[in-house]
Design a protein around this ligand. Sequence first.
Ligand code: ATP
Length: 286
Amino acid sequence: MTATQAPAPRDPAAPALVELDGVSKYYGNIKALENVSLEVHAGEISCVLGDNGAGKSTLIKIIAGLHRHDAGTFLIEGEEITLANPRDALDRGIATVYQDLAVVPLMPVWRNFFLGSEPTKGAGPFKRLDVRRMRETTRAELLRMGIDLRDVDQPIGTLSGGERQCVAIARAVYFGAKVLVLDEPTAALGVKQSGVVLKYVAAARDAGLGVVLITHNPHHAYLVGDRFVLLKRGAMSGSHTKDGVTLDELTRQMAGGSELDELSHELERAPSPGDPGVRPEGDETP
Ligand code: ATP
């Protein structure tokens, strides 16, 4: 499937690929997450929005199998589970692309694409890496996602941040991920590169994956998202589907709504005597 093909309609009876229901996580007496619910469906993008310390990383760690939840239920395709470790998550089709991307900068793009899962040819003492296959597959898979790199032989460290994110997304799709978790993929990028990355996030959705997009940018979320969960100091401060919320409303909730009004009130400067329009005391002239 290419990025431009329309996604197959979702079977409404199918269970969510991933569902968190009232999940909590405590670090000692710190409530990192409290009663958070999230659904991730095939062919949809679920966005998790929150400011610093909201609990986004904790949520990723639970879905990626790094941490175990302390309360609530975690279901994968309708089955309640507790993931043993990140390998367990990966085996169940959950791929996580972290912001710092585990790549070897000096190695070519194709080598990074297959890192840890390199195909070999030959047997016994003649067994060696199948370099040609890796090169050709990488080129073809990137093209299939609509990513046209000049040269898959160039060191991945020479690609832009956005291009590296795109390679990581294409890699997850190629290795059969059902769920793709993206940890703030646009956080360090400019406007243009963010747009490119969001295009490939949408391409992964169109390839039928369920995507979890972690971000603190409501504009990016609203461009591609189907569902939105807002986190604030570990608690869920909002949960919407696209048709239930406008960008303005999402932005306002993300910015803290009433807190922002209060702040703007506090920041309003009291008029000083030097300001135009403020007359000295006793000045009665009309
Ligand atoms: P940021 O965007 O700043 O990374 P976040 O939304 O990812 O923030 P988390 O890192 O999930 O937030 O943290 C949520 C809360 O849990 C914070 O108050 C944080 O200090 C706390 N926390 C996270 N990890 C641990 C830990 N290992 N031990 C103790 N407290 C932790």
